[in-house]
Ligand binder design. Structure first.
Ligand SMILES: *Cc1c(COP(=O)(O)O)cnc(C)c1O
Length: 395
């Protein structure tokens, strides 16, 4: 066995089962291993590497900032936070933003905001607020969040979990209406479920959910940590349905493929529930994160990554849907977030076969291959990936 992998197995927790490759370098859509083998990255770090690996402009913004001012804590103002928040709010149509680091922290922030809004603004009795989530969701790994999960393994051994969550089938608008009670503060939903198997809801689902939420005075919280920032062919996946949610979560690609940066964004009446001392994070919105976030958003717009994702995603989806291979049960997705559900072939085994052919990929739920390459990928690269995919299927 490779000595780095062996050492990792000795000193590392075994909470992941990585494919047997040790990466040392990345550039654009490609990464290289220790022996200099080159791989086309069709996973894009679960959608955290949308700009491509080590994007020169974002690297420069990060390094420049690191040489001037790194961490200040939020005990003081610093000169990069305002610009970052302004640019994120203006791009997404939200009023205000609160900076955190990982996606899970942004989700936790949303849950806290929704609960406090429920009590203080909607007038739900103390400790009675309910938040509705969806079966097969993925929102991160904290105790509260895994408590919302419908996956056995995700929860096993980690209880007891916080109360006040209700899970309903994803894509079922009647189930949402039936689940809403006077104590419902929020509906938390991914516009397309990423980890859950790239599940695309029925046309118009989010728009209908948004209308229901407005009717019952329930906050619509869209978790766009994976689907946001161009991934589905629009800046936000909500835009496909013409929806402006009350609260929005961003992460992953917001860090430009370099560091964890996340945001909880909301309209004013919601963000107002936070007062000094309510919530925070030592690193949340620190100068380097802001410099990276500002540049990541600027590059996204200037390089028209959402438009590229729409165009390349359409191309890739059409090619995959046209394959007519007996092992392919379903091909679904939007933009460059695509799932290929397999039958008779193990998706994990497929990833290993693809690795040997110079393609990085990872399976997700329901024996589905998930593709989320950097949004700068070209037609030729997509063709190469699909050719290798077919070859691996036929092995
Ligand atoms: C990845 C992901 C998260 C969690 O983000 P982390 O940075 O891993 O904590 C939350 N929600 C969705 C939809 C995600 O895909």
């Amino acid at each position: 066995m490779n000595d780095k992998i062996a050492l990792e197995n000795i000193y590392g927790a075994q909470n992941y089962a990585p494919l047997p490759v040790v990466l040392t370098r990345g550039e654009g859509c490609y990464v290289w291993d220790e022996d200099g083998n080159k791989y086309l990255d069709m996973l894009g770090a679960y959608s955290a590497v949308s700009h491509g690996h080590c994007h020169p402009r974002i690297v420069k913004a990060m390094v420049d900032q690191a040489q001037i001012l790194g961490v200040t804590s939020r005990a003081f103002h610093h000169d990069k936070l305002a610009e970052f928040l302004e640019s994120a709010c203006k791009l997404t149509g939200q009023d205000q933003a609160l900076a955190m680091n990982t996606g899970a922290e942004a989700v936790e922030t949303a849950l806290k905001a929704a609960r406090k809004w429920g009590e203080k603004v909607k007038g739900i009795k103390k400790d009675q607020t309910e938040i509705i989530c969806c079966d097969d969701n993925f929102h991160g790994r904290t105790i509260a969040i895994v408590g919302m999960s419908s996956s056995k393994q995700t929860k096993d051994g980690f209880g007891p979990f916080p109360k006040g969550f209700k899970s309903i089938p994803f894509g079922d608008i009647d189930a949402l209406e039936a689940a809403i009670t006077p104590n419902t503060a929020a509906f938390l939903v991914e516009p397309i479920q990423g980890e859950g198997g790239v599940n695309v809801p029925p046309e118009g689902y989010l728009a209908a959910a948004s209308e229901l939420c407005a009717e019952y005075n329930v906050l619509l919280i869209c978790d766009e940590i994976q689907t946001g920032l161009g991934r589905t062919g629009r800046l936000l996946a909500c835009e496909h349905d013409g929806v402006l949610p009350d609260c929005l979560l961003l992460g992953k690609a917001l860090g430009g493929g370099l560091m964890p940066v996340s945001l909880f964004l909301a309209r004013k009446g919601v963000m107002d529930v936070f007062t000094p001392g309510d919530h925070g994070s030592t690193f949340g919105g620190f100068p380097i994160a802001c410099a990276v976030g500002i540049e990541a958003l600027a590059v996204l717009v200037e390089e028209e990554l959402s438009e590229k994702s729409a165009e390349m995603g359409e191309y890739m989806l059409t090619r995959l849907q046209g394959l007519n291979h007996p092992a392919i049960v379903d091909v679904r997705g939007k933009g460059l977030l695509i799932g290929v559900e397999l039958e008779g072939v193990d998706a994990h085994e497929m990833c290993e076969r693809m690795l040997k052919r110079g393609i990085l990929g990872k399976e997700t739920h329901r024996n589905t291959m998930r593709f989320a390459p950097p949004l700068i990928i070209t037609k030729e690269e997509i063709d190469f990936a699909i050719d290798q995919f077919i070859d691996a299927l036929n092995e």
